[in-house]
Design a protein around this ligand. Structure first.
Ligand code: BGC
Length: 540
């Protein structure tokens, strides 16, 4: 392994380079990837609560909601077709994220991004100009396909951007990012992408609020079509931005990659970083059977976490709020305007609490945040269930919420969102990314993404039907899962804060339960980038 770079103040490796316009522009485009993902999460609930949109596409729901005063409040929005409008995106995202990494490897990240951008543009336009329900669904499916591709590329760039802000220059293949980041800031850097998602959700909620006021009731077209702005930036960005050196190296174009690296870094001497990139690429290509590896006994803890962490993240019930906050607020008696405004409030709390997580994750640790966030969510779910139950009972008798009652409900939903946004939200992605050794990383990461998308889809699809049947008890179902996941974290999840990736094996070896699977000398494979890089730095 070549010795490369120089040792930065914290003992981590840094490469020479300048903050070139290329890097800055890449970051703007990357931020768009998170933004558009968030935008699509936040936009559908708002338009669903706009009467003009409902009247046009879902007249039966509209009638129940507006005209039939005797309707059970809990069941106003119970329509599988309506929820398919939100949920279909996640099935498409699941499928495309399964193929995106292969496409990126074969054709380079530039084409992947272009492809993602075009799908986004098409999806946003079809949605914005929709005349029939099928156009809404097809549009959402195209957006979902786009997400698989764009995420693959953008998630990486945004972390690189944050690394640059820390003056630690880095440019590595996607899956190495957690390892290459200085471990003291690993958590904070990783949460950067989550932050751009939460900003996207908030932008969608603010736009919904204003577009709903447009006279003539066509504001929803602007809401849905608005996604075309970040989509165009991604598309044009992919045309203007050259391919990255990593991507060229992966496809054997070494000389071209070196020239490109010089341009990107703005310095002539890039040989150390280049050698490291080549070595990293060789190491990752030498792994032949990541799926079979994952099934080996010593990777049982990793496999368990790859499945359970995203499963639990979705079972917090967060997307009930992210997707359906305006619908939920409407259901409990808010006007359209108040519902959309309340969604803006919860969206703002989501962004602010993510910033708290960035600040605290490497200070207070993952376990503390998981357990604190879980307790907070649990209390709020119980209070919200009690408030809604007390007002609407089990038969959902329609009625207005007194103002103070509404304020209590929104306040507790905000405290719940804050609890999620500094715990399971970002950590649901961060913890898996830092515990998988290279030998299993691609397979384990695919499992995490797939499990997340499957359960996002399921929650999006069945929430409104569950609300109709379980009533306020639905919040208690999620509360139950929050108890289970907190116990799971307490018993089974070791702390990973401040532990260099190459030493991660130690956390399992010293764990009371997982140690029986990971025996001394068994863990690790000498293939970990973090390990080789750090060895490299010692020789400098
Ligand atoms: C979750 C999404 C959720 C978002 C809310 C993410 O970590 O994966 O499902 O909508 O957080 O901010």
């Amino acid at each position: 392994m070549p010795a490369g770079g120089f040792v930065a103040g914290d003992g981590q490796k840094a490469y020479p380079g300048k903050l070139t316009p290329f890097v800055l522009f890449t970051c703007v485009v990357a931020a768009m990837g998170g933004l558009i993902f968030g935008y699509d999460i936040g936009i559908s609930g708002g338009v669903t609560s706009m009467p003009s949109f409902l009247r046009r596409f879902f007249p039966s729901v509209y009638r129940k909601q507006q005209e039939d005063a005797t309707t059970n409040q809990y069941c106003q929005y119970d329509s599988p077709k309506l929820t398919l409008f939100t949920s279909s995106l996640y099935l498409a995202a699941l499928i495309s994220s399964l193929v995106a990494s292969t496409v990126t490897r074969k054709f380079g990240r530039r084409l992947s991004m272009l492809f993602g951008g075009i799908l986004f543009c098409a999806g946003a336009l079809i949605n914005g100009f929709a005349k029939h329900v099928w156009m809404l669904i097809v549009g959402r499916i195209l957006l979902g396909f786009g997400i698989g591709f764009a995420n693959q590329v953008c998630q990486v760039d945004i972390i690189i951007f944050l690394l640059l802000l820390l003056s630690v220059y880095n440019n590595s293949v996607p899956l190495y990012l957690s390892e290459m980041a200085p471990y003291k800031y690993r958590g904070a850097l990783n949460i950067g992408f989550q932050l751009s998602i939460t900003i996207g959700i908030l932008v969608a909620e603010v736009l919904n609020y204003f577009f709903a006021k447009i006279k003539g009731g066509w504001g929803w077209r602007l809401s849905l079509g608005g996604a075309v702005v970040p989509a165009l930036i991604i598309t044009l960005g992919s045309l203007v931005l050259p391919d990255t050196p990593n991507s060229m190296i992966e496809r054997g174009q070494h000389e071209k990659a070196k020239t490109k690296l010089r341009r990107i870094r703005g310095v002539d001497d890039v040989s150390q970083e280049f050698d490291d990139l080549v070595a990293a690429s060789k190491e990752s290509q030498s792994i032949e059977h990541p799926w079979t590896n994952l099934l080996r006994r010593k990777y049982r803890p990793h496999l368990t976490m790859a499945i359970m962490i995203p499963f639990f993240q979705q079972l917090t019930g967060i997307n009930v709020i992210m997707f359906y906050a305006p619908v939920l607020f409407n259901t409990i008696g808010f006007t359209t305007d108040a519902s959309l405004m309340s969604a803006v409030v919860t969206g703002s709390v989501n962004v602010a609490a993510t910033l708290v997580s960035i600040y605290g994750v490497d200070k207070w640790g993952r376990r503390f945040l998981f357990l604190e966030g879980g307790t907070q969510m649990l209390i709020c779910q119980a209070v919200v269930a009690a408030c809604i139950g007390a007002k609407f009972g089990v038969d959902g008798t329609p009625g207005e919420l007194p103002k103070w009652y509404a304020i209590v409900v929104v306040t507790f939903i905000c405290i719940y969102v804050a609890g999620f946004a500094w715990s399971w939200g970002p950590l649901g992605w961060l913890v898996p990314s830092e515990i998988f050794p290279l030998e299993i990383r691609s397979a384990a990461q695919s499992i995490t993404v797939s499990v997340n998308m499957i359960f996002t889809f399921i929650i999006a699809q069945i929430f409104l039907t569950m609300l109709c049947h379980l009533k306020f008890g639905l919040f208690l179902v999620f509360a139950f899962f929050v108890v289970v996941m907190s116990i799971f974290v307490y018993i089974f999840l070791p702390e990973t804060k401040g532990i260099p990736i190459e030493e991660m094996g130690q956390v399992w070896r010293s764990h009371w339960y997982w140690s029986r699977f990971v025996e001394d000398g068994e863990y690790g494979n000498g293939l970990q980038m973090g390990k080789s890089s750090n060895q490299g730095t010692k020789h400098v």
